[in-house]
Design a protein around this ligand. Structure first.
Ligand code: AHM
Ligand code: MG
Length: 336
């Protein structure tokens, strides 16, 4: 039985059998993400010391090049997943193309691919504001033991077998789903162990927080402009509160706990929105739906959007079910 003293390691083992493919491969994969998250967390927590230890591009005290944290996080996740030989391919927001991992080797029966945004919201690092890692896991569609192909990564979000994020915040949390609800684990930094702190996380059906970069207001579709005005109107439980961190993981995390909506619509500067379907929107959409929330591009369910390229961008509206329904109503009525 899941209890609040349970560690992430124990939780993964205990829940392995409830997952429909029970080879243990997915459990090992999530364990590797847990490990890489701890390594990245350690580095992110030292970010403020950059003036003392040297800026990115400098040589550090051990004679190594200082890396930008997003590059560091990318390397750590890829290294961990590669060395432990548990995936056949990785696509990352930081890489132009996907990375195949021994996938041509016929002895390699690994069936999962991982898509990852290693350090999302990294512009927040310099000012000591939370950032996150987002991951999405699919079973490959091509046969095991053959070279992994683009089609293994360009799958609809509804095919995800697991997704999650790590938020490096006032405390560090790993939140994930394997399609059976959403659970959150908080890192005890003193002993490096994640504990189940937020079992069965769910979005409240209604909320009173809206999160959007209102600096882009004039550029937004009419439906979104009208919805924002609706959020600001004095009527019933409105006006809502505006909260925007500019770090998707943190905005999502707060909205899931308190009830709210996150929006990154399209505009002339970002004709398809800013966020990436495969690395940001799909995993967050899977988590949202598993937590009784909702995610769409304003018209179509995010997880039903057919991907056409690795770095594809889509408009993204995500959060409490009734709030997303309302925003969609405005999009249908007023459109672009
Ligand atoms: P990034 O992948 O370059 O870090 O960009 C993604 C981030 C999201 O975390 C955040 O919600 C959004 O960009 C903020 O964008 P903006 O500064 O345009 O509001
Ligand atoms: Mg990102």
């Amino acid at each position: 039985m899941a209890g609040k003293n349970q560690t992430l390691g124990e939780f993964i083992i205990e829940n392995q059998d409830s997952f429909k493919y029970t080879s243990g491969e997915l459990s090992r994969l999530i364990n590797s993400i847990r490990l890489a998250a701890k390594v990245v967390n350690h580095e992110v927590n030292k970010a403020g010391l950059v003036d003392i230890t040297g800026a990115a591009g400098d040589i550090n005290i051990q004679g190594e090049d200082q890396q930008k944290l997003d590059v560091y996080a990318n390397d750590k996740f890829i290294q961990t997943l590669t060395k432990r030989n548990i995936v056949c391919g990785i696509a990352s927001e930081e890489e132009d193309d996907f990375v195949a991992i021994n996938s041509q080797d016929e002895n390699n029966q690994n069936k999962y691919v991982v898509l990852i945004d290693p350090l999302d919201g990294s512009s927040n690092i310099d000012v000591n504001v939370s950032v996150g890692t987002i991951f999405s896991i699919f079973r490959r569609v091509t046969p095991a033991g053959t070279p992994v192909k683009l089609e293994d990564f360009l799958q609809k979000g509804s095919k995800q077998v697991a997704a999650g994020y790590v938020v490096y915040g006032t405390s560090t949390m790993l939140v994930y789903t394997t399609g059976d609800g959403v659970n959150g684990f908080t890192l005890n930094p003193a002993i490096g162990t994640f504990y189940l702190s937020h079992p069965n996380m769910t979005f409240p059906e209604d909320g009173n927080i809206y999160s959007v970069n209102e600096g882009n207001y004039l550029d937004f579709p009419l439906g979104i402009k009208k919805y924002i005005k609706y959020c600001q109107e004095e009527e019933g439980d409105r006006p809502y509160t505006s909260r925007y961190i500019g770090s998707l993981v943190s905005d999502f995390h707060r909205n899931m706990i308190k009830g709210g909506i996150y929006m990154y619509p399209k505009g002339s500067r970002n004709p398809n929105g800013k966020l990436r379907l495969l690395y940001e929107c799909n995993p967050m959409a899977f988590l949202a739906e598993q937590a009784n929330g909702k995610a769409s591009d304003g018209y179509v369910r995010t997880m039903d959007v057919e991907p056409t390229e690795l770095h594809q961008r889509v408009p993204f509206i995500c959060g409490s079910r009734n709030m997303v329904d309302k925003a969609e109503e405005f999009m249908r009525e007023f459109g672009e």
